[in-house]
Design a protein around this ligand. Structure first.
Ligand SMILES: N[C@@H](CCC(=O)N[C@@H](CS)C(=O)NCC(=O)O)C(=O)O
Length: 301
């Protein structure tokens, strides 16, 4: 009889262990992402700053894996990133970062003060309303366009066909076909110009970070969008005459969570691709920006 309680104990221990394992597994964070994608970089920087453990699942955008029916169940928009936490999928990178801050409050990345919180969200809106489309068009005309051209016709057609949102499909097609001459590239230039102008002004008044003494989601949301221009060798087109933005950017580049979440994971091939193709469109972008600056009403320049 004496061995039976022992066996029971070990079963009980096993059951507890099993429950703990299930609990641990359900609280795992999984990020569905693609290496050099700006929205994923934003989430990765936030995860790093929160010192969270997470696992990565790659969704290869160039193989149209974002349209796989199983993935669409997680993210019906057919884009990355998707974060799964406690078994629940979350989409939209801005919302994911806010969720991470709400769920894991330390260190805080959203200010408690309502005025500052609204100023922080001004930058999330700037990214979601203009810069995201902007970075896509500039990246497309500089380099993804080259990759698209090399794709087998069939795969390229699948890529276009699968884009559910007709406006997004038009943008993709226009930039793929005519590059920097697409009107969407001009809108991109204008969105960056507006953002950098306000950023310079804001940093002059606050600094060294957008909301003052410490980094917040305002800075994090912007980082990937500025990093992409920098890696394409295009940042100076907007920042040569903006010293506060340049100082802010130098500080960002040294910030550990930026390094771990964005710059370190970039592969040699990704860096080479950006550095090779970006400078080719620099002259055209600078010219378009000059035209835009001259066409601004005097009260706004
Ligand atoms: N507003 C979304 C945008 C997501 C998005 O457009 N992701 C891009 C990569 S940065 C993507 O998955 N593109 C694939 C495609 O359009 O086919 C977010 O912030 O999560």
């Amino acid at each position: 009889m004496s061995h039976i309680p022992g066996i029971r104990r070990s079963f009980a221990l096993y059951a507890i262990f099993d429950q703990l394992r299930a609990l641990w597994e359900s609280s795992l964070i999984t990020l569905y992402q693609f290496g050099n994608s700006v929205c994923c970089q934003k989430v990765r920087i936030t995860l790093c700053e929160k010192r969270l453990d997470w696992e990565s699942v790659e969704v290869d955008l160039f193989r149209s894996e974002q349209y796989d029916p199983d993935y669409l169940k997680l993210n019906p928009k057919g884009v990355v990133p998707t974060l799964v936490h406690d078994g629940q999928p979350l989409i939209e990178s801005t919302l994911i970062c806010e969720y991470l801050d709400d769920t894991f409050p330390e260190p805080p990345l959203i200010p408690g003060d309502p005025l500052l919180r609204s100023r922080m969200r001004f930058w999330s809106k700037a990214v979601d309303e203009g810069l995201h489309e902007g970075v896509t068009e500039i990246s497309f005309s500089a380099m993804f366009r080259e990759r698209m051209k090399k794709m087998p016709d069939e795969l390229r057609e699948v890529r276009f066909r699968n884009i559910g949102d007709p406006r997004r499909r038009d943008r993709f097609k226009s930039t793929s076909e005519v590059g920097e001459r697409s009107p969407f590239v001009l809108y991109a230039i204008a969105a960056y110009e507006k953002a950098f102008k306000i950023l310079e002004q804001t940093l002059t008044e606050t600094g060294p970070w957008i909301l003052g003494a410490s980094p917040s989601l305002a800075d994090i949301n912007l980082m990937p969008y500025v990093a992409r221009l920098d890696n394409l060798g295009l940042l100076g087109v907007w920042t040569d005459n903006r010293p506060c933005v340049r100082d802010w950017w130098a500080q960002v580049r040294e910030w550990p969570s930026f390094k771990v979440g964005l710059s370190d994971p970039l592969t040699e091939a990704e860096l080479r691709e950006m550095r090779t193709h970006g400078p080719k469109i620099r002259g055209d972008l600078a010219e378009l920006l000059e035209g835009l600056r001259h066409s601004e009403p005097a009260s706004r320049s």
